[in-house]
Design a protein around this ligand. Structure first.
Ligand code: PGA
Length: 241
């Protein structure tokens, strides 16, 4: 299986710079004949109908589990359909912890977007206080975030992103990623990504871990030259299975 490369823009890039980024990545992918699956999650205001290679998907960082209705500030599938968006991030730690999205809503979103056949990148990850308690607590916490989630869904990708590693420059050790991914893989058959301070200078060792099927990258991917560098590394990294 080819390594998956995903870029989460969060609240960065404008409509104009997103267009330049997406077109630039598409040009590179075509030029180099890259066949890895690539995901880009721009802000909702920068979504568009991009004419890009089949292996590049544009996804939405968040949406409400409705087609349309009265949910001020939210968007639903009616708005996403306009741009042919069929990919969504659910359960990202910034939504869980900063925006206080409760687990029931996360599960509701999962079920709704699953029933609409979306590709779902479902994020899980433990906060620092749980990490301090040791491996048993970490696994227990991660498993609790998988409760109510249909892990047999064919369009699911799971991303393990320790909360303390996101946007902090702190990365889980290769040993920890290997161990945690190993345990998760006993439960999950869908691809499993790692996320949390992935940068151009550590992506190679992370992608070299057999149980890592790809990466979900925030800040390290926002400059196009850095994401291109990451795609290059991902393209030469084929899992031996
Ligand atoms: P980061 O974010 O790469 O900036 O740590 C990762 C993420 O939030 O997906």
């Amino acid at each position: 299986m080819k390594k998956i490369l995903a870029s989460n823009f969060k609240t960065n890039h404008t409509r104009a710079s997103t267009k330049g980024f997406v077109e630039g990545i598409d040009k590179f992918v075509k030029q180099e004949g890259i066949t890895n699956d690539i995901f880009i999650f721009p802000t909702a205001t920068s979504l568009d109908c991009f004419e890009i290679s089949d292996n590049i998907s544009i996804g939405v960082q968040n949406a409400y589990p409705v087609s349309d209705g009265s949910f001020t500030g939210e968007i639903g599938t009616a708005q996403l359909d306009e741009f042919g968006i069929k990919t969504i991030l659910i359960g990202h730690s910034e939504r869980r912890h900063i925006l206080k999205e409760p687990n029931e809503l996360i599960v509701k979103k999962y079920d709704f977007f699953k029933s609409n056949n979306y590709k779902i990148i479902y994020c899980i990850g433990e906060p620092y206080e749980v990490k301090l308690e040791g491996m048993e607590s970490i696994i227990e916490y991660l498993f609790s975030q998988l409760e109510g989630i249909d892990l047999t869904y064919k369009n699911l990708i799971v991303a393990y992103e320790p909360v303390w590693a996101i946007g902090t420059g702190k990365v889980a050790t290769v040993e920890d990623i290997n161990e945690i991914h190993g345990v998760l893989k006993q439960k999950i058959t869908s691809p499993l990504l790692y996320g949390g301070s992935v940068k151009t200078d550590n992506i190679e060792e992370i992608l070299n871990i057999d149980s890592v099927d790809g990466v979900l990258v925030g800040s390290g991917s926002w400059k196009i030259e850095n994401f291109i560098e990451m795609i290059k590394v991902g393209a030469k990294n084929v899992i031996k299975r």
